[in-house]
Design a protein around this ligand. Structure first.
Ligand SMILES: [Zn+2]
Ligand SMILES: [Zn+2]
Length: 387
């Protein structure tokens, strides 16, 4: 019954589309230790504010240099010295605003949308840069940074919903540092304003849509490259059992780039490893005792009453996945594996294939996340309101 309600929610999205706009604070150049940079409007106009009030207006013909000097932010243009301050805010004043940054640490110019807050780092001698940005602009930047520009448009919509859900579920992650999310893979990769118009459209078209569980809480929308034919349950990889992160058989990814892998390692290295985990030394003399086949996704490498979680072996040998067979030959064993990544939640290569084949982003989400619902944030606020 809820599915029907979800579909109506999705159909109702267009009503809310123009109304939802959330601003989010992203720590950019995180840990890059920026001590000087040039700010240049790329689109629109900016007003510059400091702790003393408005300092000046900037348009595309102008640029400012900001430098860390004696625990202050010194501001200069090409022909004027504006003095030094404790904080500087660049606020966009046109309909669309974006700016270029050229930092002291990199030759590459990066472009970001909306506003920029410049603070002095609490403990160290460098700036803290915060991109104060409308969430859909951020989501589009993340989608392009995470998956590039080649997937089909339907896939961009799917990834936009996942990135938005992730961002809103993790708003507190960097609260102690004064922003919500950083721009590294620790949170979600966010490199710059997207170049692709299709990605921008996908973020705007799915405006406000997030994925929730049966208690109307935002889900942990995990994803990875390729499941190798079968996704993993959440508790197989992490401790937490989440009902919507179940194992599904996936034939869509079987012929994609990361479907299979191989790694050859010296046999002694492998047997020593098994012995260090409790396998009796004498039990590994014969080839057949080293051989191992995972018929379907298994949780433990299990033999001689000894168990090692496949996720542990994956970590210890830096393997692409925890799904593999062990085949001995001579002085080596070959690990023949399937998939790339932890395997929990959405399989990106499978999902891209589904999108190319004509499935909608709604079909694809329901395929990988069991019994979840897509809902608009306006509706989420309604469900969560106290009565
Ligand atoms: Zn982070
Ligand atoms: Zn897959």
């Amino acid at each position: 019954m809820f599915k029907a309600a979800t579909i109506s929610c999705v159909l109702l999205l267009s009503i809310f589309q123009a109304t939802f706009a959330e601003i989010i604070n992203i720590g950019i150049y995180h840990n890059a230790k920026i001590t000087s940079f040039i700010f240049h409007p790329e689109e629109g106009t900016y007003s510059v504010f400091t702790e003393q009030g408005k300092l000046l207006d900037l348009d595309k013909s102008e640029l400012l240099e900001l430098k860390y000097v004696n625990n202050r932010i010194a501001i200069k243009s090409l022909d004027k010295d504006y003095g030094s301050f404790k904080k500087v805010h660049f606020i966009g004043t046109s309909w669309n605003n974006s700016f270029k940054i050229k930092s002291s640490k990199s030759k590459r110019i990066k472009i970001y949308e909306d506003n920029l807050f410049v603070n002095l780092h609490n403990y160290y001698n460098y700036f803290q840069l915060i991109n104060n940005i409308e969430i859909d602009n951020y989501v589009a930047g993340v989608v392009e940074s995470e998956v590039g520009r080649s997937p089909p448009p339907e896939y961009f919509k799917l990834q936009a919903i996942i990135c938005r859900t992730y961002a809103l579920k993790n708003l507190e992650r960097h609260r102690a540092e004064g922003f919500s999310l950083c721009d590294k893979v620790h949170c979600q990769a966010y490199n710059r304003k997207p170049k692709s118009v299709l990605i921008k459209e996908a973020a705007l078209e799915t405006n406000g849509i997030v994925i929730v569980d049966s208690d109307i809480n935002l889900i942990t929308a995990t994803f990875y490259s390729n499941c190798g034919g079968e996704t993993a349950k959440s508790e197989e990889v992490w401790k937490q059992k989440l009902y919507y992160l179940r194992s599904v058989k996936d034939t869509f990814c079987l012929h994609e780039n990361n479907a299979v892998w191989e790694k050859k390692i010296p046999k002694t290295k492998w047997t020593n490893y098994l012995v260090s985990h409790g396998f009796p030394k004498g039990s590994l003399q014969h080839e057949c005792s080293v051989e191992y086949f995972q018929n379907c996704r298994e949780q433990f490498f299990e033999n001689q009453n000894v168990q090692i979680p496949f996720t542990t072996i994956r970590k210890d040998f830096h393997l692409k996945s925890a799904q593999f067979n062990v085949i001995p030959s001579g002085n080596f064993v070959t690990l023949k594996g399937k998939g790339f990544g932890h395997g929990v939640g959405l399989c990106q290569e499978g999902a891209m294939k589904m999108a190319k084949t004509g499935y909608s982003y709604i079909d694809i989400l329901h395929f990988y996340y069991e019994d979840v619902h897509m809902i608009n944030l306006e509706s989420l606020a309604f469900f969560k309101a106290d009565y």
